[in-house]
Structures are given as structure tokens and as C-alpha cells.
Write a protein that binds this ligand. Sequence first.
Ligand code: GDP
Ligand code: ADP
Length: 195
Amino acid sequence: MSAEQVSGRGRLIVFSAPSGTGKSTVAKLVMERLGSLEFSVSATTRQMRPGERDGVDYHFLSREEFEKKIAENGFIEHEFFFGNFYGTLLDKTREAIDAGRNLLFDLDVKGALNLKKIFGERALLVFLKPPSMDELARRLQSRQSESAEALKTRLERAEMELSHANQFDFVVVNDDLERTVDLVASEIARFLPQS
Ligand SMILES: Nc1nc2c(ncn2[C@@H]2O[C@H](COP(=O)(O)OP(=O)(O)O)[C@@H](O)[C@H]2O)c(=O)[nH]1
Ligand SMILES: Nc1ncnc2c1ncn2[C@@H]1O[C@H](COP(=O)(O)OP(=O)(O)O)[C@@H](O)[C@H]1O
């Protein structure tokens, strides 16, 4: 996969953070604020959570469907963690970028760094940090979407994700939500070409 395969004018904004830090919450508010960003809907094999919609939060695929897409080179990047596959769909991304639309991605650190490798200056990597590990555990618990086991694996992975924060273009501690949204939205507005 190379940038030549996706050659339009659209920019890529990539959010990463340890699971439970507040990526989805911040992403939603930043998109409302800026109006010119479209959410990149990834594919996954994980179970749909209550309130999630197929094709909106994720494209929910069976393991067989996901593996078939890998074999067809249907992903720009994909990863396997927490017992499931997650991946960025090539066709949908290419269509948006070619049309000059700006996409916002919610990816793990490896996926984010892969997109930076491919897209270079056309991608802005934003990393959100939790105020502390205790607060991260509290947020994950408050969401009530995880079993005790899933919660533990998410917290374990958090250390690895945090160790990559220095490879991101912009790092913010998601303490006060409004402040985070202000800072991130301003940074993205500076990054996007003026229309
Ligand atoms: N590499 C990669 N990671 C993804 C993709 N889609 C989602 N993720 C990441 O997968 C992880 C787990 O996501 P999810 O199961 O929705 O849980 P949550 O982040 O705790 O809400 C998060 O770190 C996401 O950023 C993708 O297409 N590629
Ligand atoms: N700045 C913040 N202060 C307090 N709670 C927050 C903040 N940002 C997000 N949350 C809460 O933390 C939980 C996890 O947020 P979520 O957006 O689902 O995280 P992620 O997408 O990173 O896994 C949610 O209950 C959310 O309402």
C-alpha cells in the first residue's frame, strides 16, 4: 500500500489513545465543532455494543468476511488485538480522499503510525492521554461495555500505547473535556487547508 494508490487532496486526522481515554467522545465533539471532517468507519470482527450501528460506528464483519477482505488486499492497514480484527478499508478511504474529503480516523497506535508512514505530511496524528491510570480504569468501568477480563487486557495494552505518544504530532491530556476539544479542534483547523 502506498500513497500513490490514494492520491486525492483530502487530509487525514488520526486519533489514538488507550482504550477508555475518551477518543470517541472527543472525536464526536470535534467533528461537530469543525463540520468539515468525516468519520472513517473501520471494519471489525468484534461484537456490536448497545447503541452502536453497523456502517456508522463500524462495519461489523464475521471473521470469515474479514479474512476474505485481507486476502483481497481490501485494507490499507489492519491489526488483531483484544481477540478481534480491526482494519481501515482501502476502497472507502480512497474514494473520500480522492474526492478531497477530510477523514477522521480512530485507530490503535500501530494503525496510526502505519497511516503516517503511508501519507506523511497529509496525515496529522493526535494522541490523547488519560490524566492517570486510575482515571482510565474509572472511565472504562463507567462505560460498562467490557467484561472484567476485557477491562484488564485494555489496561495492560494502555502502557504500550502510551509509550508511543512521542511519535505523534500533537499530544493532549484529556482531563477537562471542553479544554481538550478546544485544543484539538484548533490544531486540526490549523492543519487543514483553508477552503
Ligand atoms: N489499527 C486499527 N485500529 C483500529 C481500527 N478501528 C478501531 N481501532 C482501534 O481498536 C481499538 C479498540 O476499539 P474498540 O473495540 O471500539 O474499543 P474502544 O476504543 O475501547 O472504544 C481502539 O484503540 C481503536 O482505536 C482500525 O481500522 N485499525
Ligand atoms: N475529559 C473527560 N472527563 C471525564 N470523562 C470522560 C472524558 N472524556 C471521555 N470521558 C468518558 O470516558 C468514557 C470512555 O470514553 P470513550 O470516548 O468511549 O473512550 P475511547 O473511545 O477512547 O475508548 C466514557 O464514559 C466518556 O463519557
